[in-house]
Write a protein that binds this ligand. Structure first.
Ligand SMILES: Nc1nc2c(ncn2[C@@H]2O[C@H](COP(=O)(O)OP(=O)(O)OP(=O)(O)O)[C@@H](O)[C@H]2O)c(=O)[nH]1
Ligand SMILES: [Mg+2]
Length: 303
């Protein structure tokens, strides 16, 4: 009989590196939201995958960048503590961007935060470059840091993902599984639902707006007819933002609501009634409660 293994694998990297895409690909379900914009993920998000006798708990983290606001600082702290708590760390870099300043800054912090633990390099988005670029980047990155292993992947297309998962499974410590066999995520439905709405908002809104709002699920009511009624609040910072969110004749918010409802309904296998309410709260970025709702620690944002 083979021995069971289990452990935590942290996915870290710059914003937009493809960490959440990889998490979803590993789990085989959408556990973490994905957009083409930077700083989409705000807190640590766990997704569970099984490979043979190993249970891999992937920890998606916010991108690591130079933080300016309290929220940014709390996000970056959450990312680094994800790395510090994991059995293995996977650093994702974008093949077409190579060794950016941001990647260099992460490498600077990595040695001290992962002392004694294995760090794998995953060069992602290989679908965007030619192979000579990959060889050169692999070389350069391994000159800069002592990676245990390098993988060339496309998180989106799934290339190389299976190899990475197999390798990680073999590296995790022996031990009992950490979650029931059929569990794939470690977040409440309320928070997943709020994230889905934030994803649709981020996809439809421009410039700074996605970074100046947060979504919370206020109420969740299972109805006798098998449907569920979900009430959410979108906190924005200014009156003007409310107008933009509503859009002409309320079209923007209607589009968001429709898209979020469809996805939530598919996820739950249930009919969903989704009600979105917008609240203007100029200082929500300084509200402690908003941080705990996001899964962040308010004091991690202290300067
Ligand atoms: N071409 C290509 N695009 C990818 C690949 N993986 C991810 N992307 C895209 O890259 C963008 C960012 O992906 P995310 O998974 O949200 O990136 P992230 O690292 O979680 O970003 P943050 O949460 O902002 O830190 C999305 O538009 C993805 O579709 C890939 O392998 N190839
Ligand atoms: Mg992400």
């Amino acid at each position: 009989m083979t021995e069971k293994r289990a452990g935590f694998v942290a996915l870290i990297g710059e914003p937009n590196a493809g960490k959440s895409t990889l998490l979803n690909q590993m789990v085989g379900a959408k556990v973490s939201i994905v957009t083409h914009k930077v700083q989409t993920t705000r807190a640590r998000i766990r997704g569970v995958a099984i490979e043979g006798d190993t249970q891999l708990v992937f920890v998606d983290t916010p991108g690591i960048f130079r933080p300016r606001r309290r929220l940014d600082r709390a996000m970056v702290t959450a990312a680094w503590s994800g790395a510090a708590d994991a059995d293995i760390v996977v650093l994702l870099v974008e093949a077409h961007r190579g060794v950016t300043e941001g990647v260099e800054a992460i490498l600077d912090g990595l040695a001290e935060r992962t002392r004694g633990r294995k760090v794998a390099l995953a060069i992602n988005k290989i679908d965007r470059v030619e192979s000579p670029v990959l060889l050169a980047l692999t070389q350069k990155m391994n000159d800069l840091f002592d990676f245990t292993e390098t993988f060339l992947i496309s998180a989106e297309k799934g290339h190389g993902v299976q190899d990475l998962r197999r390798w990680l499974a073999g590296e995790l410590p022996t031990g009992e599984w950490l979650y029931p066999e059929d569990q794939i995520a470690d977040a409440s439905l309320r928070s997943i639902a709020a994230e889905l709405t934030r994803e649709k908002l981020t996809l439809r809104l421009h410039q700074e707006l996605p970074y100046q709002l947060t979504v919370e699920t206020e109420a969740w009511e299972e109805r006798r007819d098998g449907s569920v009624k979900v009430d959410q609040i979108i906190y924005v910072m200014r009156d003007g933002h409310k107008g933009i969110l509503l859009g002409h004749k309320g079209e923007t918010i209607k589009g968001v609501s429709k898209a979020a409802r469809a996805e939530l309904s598919e996820l739950l296998g249930q009919k969903v009634h989704l009600f979105l309410q917008i609240k203007v709260r100029p200082k929500w970025l300084e509200d402690k409660e908003r941080y705990s709702e996001m899964g962040l620690n308010f004091n991690d944002g202290n300067e």
